[in-house]
Design a protein around this ligand. Structure first.
Ligand code: G3I
Length: 478
């Protein structure tokens, strides 16, 4: 199934249905599913979203529903950003003010605005100790666990097909040196509450990426080590997790860590996407501008860093406005930090050389990317090509990602063979042409990802029901 593309460098999501702390394309697109679509544009390089899209990433902002009537705010939102996160409107207190009664009006305003402007939506946040409705704050034990799981199920189901990535669980680890879970009513329902929430979210919306999101995890420290261990454990046990969000709220007391990029990279190496989810940096002038540039450069250097979201548009929109931590001043003028961010996006490393994912139905996970050849290790696969397979599986279904690596002669095209287990059926695939959906299935390149230089890697994926395939796929190069 080959992909279609969008215009204006913005991602489209359509489918059936703290504190201190891609891309080169053509025509307009409607993706079936909460997909990401990027495209080149006449304005590429001149807005945050278009420039990020040229690097295969999104550039988003938190949005408050009550500001959608502010023309300056909306003008910047529509011009600069291709991803949107509801700042408060999808939280538990907002979406389920009384138990079992769901209220989506304000969140819908944001989602509808985004969709009508070709912007993707990140969902924030399904399960969190904070901003719980009063009725949940007063609950405990099994009743709270069930209420939380019902909340996750109801909200993720309601927005199924409209959310590219959900912050399924937010801020579940404690600050300080212990690397412990944060004490909360949710934590007291049992240590497995986080994985229970992820499993419920996957069942409700198999097409959304599922993220764990936290602050003060931006550098390597006891807290990020604890999150790392949890993600490693989830991957080992097949708990569905696709991404980790790094809030990245920075100021003088909590500056951009020196090991920021290395820390994000180690998480990416676990096989999850990483996203910068709530970026703001207190300060002004050159210092602030340089810090924003550092963050952008770090993300662009990591193939699996799929996008950046700033936590608000103008300084005056910020949850900590006095720190002037954003890219636009209170009048909506571009700050030095805006210019450095845009320049970093336009000059940053690790451009993705083929269009990212565009599942044709009910899309699942990561925008596959094509990475430049490794510089220190010889390309595997000899003169032909090689392929590896990784799975994100849940009870009754899976998403498989195939990495194709060109051998020393490079490729003009490639064909991959995968044998599915009995009873397994592929329901959709992306960034590839597919032959068959049960038993022995062949995948071949599409127009934009067949030509690989020696050692270059590209990825495609598919989603299926039943058991996931295993073993090493065959790879034939042409
Ligand atoms: O809407 C009411 C308004 O009716 C009332 O008059 C006013 C009086 O206090 O409060 C308003 O609600 C406030 C809401 O923001 C909307 O402005 C809440 O008090 C206030 O607590 C809430 O703050 C939000 C905060 O999360 C709550 O924890 C911030 O806007 C929001 O930016 C912030 O976002 C969090 C992320 O979700 C998670 N990571 C940290 C980040 C920053 O704290």
């Amino acid at each position: 199934m080959s992909d279609k593309k969008d215009r204006r460098g913005r991602q489209v999501g359509l489918r059936s249905g703290p504190r201190l702390a891609l891309v080169l394309g053509t025509a307009a697109t409607l993706a079936v599913g909460a997909t990401m679509v990027f495209a080149p544009t006449a304005s590429a390089g001149t807005t945050l979203g278009a420039s990020a899209a040229e690097k295969g990433r999104y550039f988003g902002t938190a949005v408050a529903a009550n500001k959608l009537s502010d023309s300056t705010y909306v003008g910047i939102l529509n011009r600069e950003f291709n991803s949107v996160t509801a700042e408060n409107e999808m939280k538990w207190d907002a979406t389920e003010p009384s138990q079992g009664n769901f209220s989506y009006a304000n969140a819908d305003r944001i989602v509808n605005h985004a969709r009508s402007n070709g912007q993707q939506v990140r969902g924030h946040a399904l399960a969190w100790h904070s901003q719980q409705p009063g009725w949940a704050q007063n609950m405990s034990g099994t009743a709270l666990r069930n209420a939380m799981l019902n909340h996750v199920t109801q909200v993720a189901t309601y927005y199924r097909g409209k959310i590219v990535a959900w912050d399924v669980v937010n801020e579940a680890f404690a600050d300080g040196g212990g690397g412990n879970r944060r004490d909360s009513n949710l934590q007291r329902t049992g240590n497995d509450w986080i994985e229970a929430a992820f499993r419920a979210a996957r069942a409700a919306d198999p097409g959304a990426k599922l993220c764990y999101n936290d602050y003060n995890t931006d550098g390597q420290n006891a807290k990020s080590n604890a999150v790392y261990a949890m993600v490693q454990d989830f991957k080992a046990r097949g708990v569905p997790i696709d991404c980790v969000g790094f809030q990245s709220h920075f100021n003088a007391q909590s500056p951009v860590p020196s090991d920021y990029q290395a820390n994000l990279q180690r998480f990416a190496n676990l096989g999850v996407d990483v996203q910068i989810t709530e970026l703001d940096i207190e300060g002004s002038g050159t210092t602030q501008a340089n810090n924003f540039a550092r963050v952008v450069q770090a993300c662009l250097a990591i193939t699996r860093c799929t996008g950046i979201t700033v936590w608000g548009i103008r300084d005056t929109d910020s949850w900590r406005a006095s720190g002037t931590p954003l890219l636009f001043d209170g009048s909506g003028n571009k700050k030095a930090a805006y210019t450095s961010t845009l320049n970093a996006l336009n000059s940053g490393g690790n451009p993705i050389t083929t269009p990212p994912t565009q599942p044709t139905t009910n899309p699942p996970t990561t925008p596959p990317t094509t990475t430049p050849p490794p510089t220190t290790t010889p390309p595997p696969g000899g003169a032909g090509c090689s392929a590896t397979l990784s799975n994100n599986a849940w009870n009754g279904g899976y998403v498989t990602t195939i990495r194709v690596t060109a051998g020393s002669s490079g490729t003009n095209g490639w064909t991959i063979g995968v044998t599915l287990p009995s009873g397994s059926t592929i329901t959709n695939a992306w960034n590839t042409n597919r032959s068959g959906n049960t038993g022995s299935v062949q995948f071949s390149n599409v127009a934009y990802n067949g030509r690989l230089t020696a050692g270059q890697v590209t990825e495609f994926g598919f989603q299926g029901t039943g058991n996931a395939p295993s073993g090493t796929p065959t790879c034939a190069a042409s």
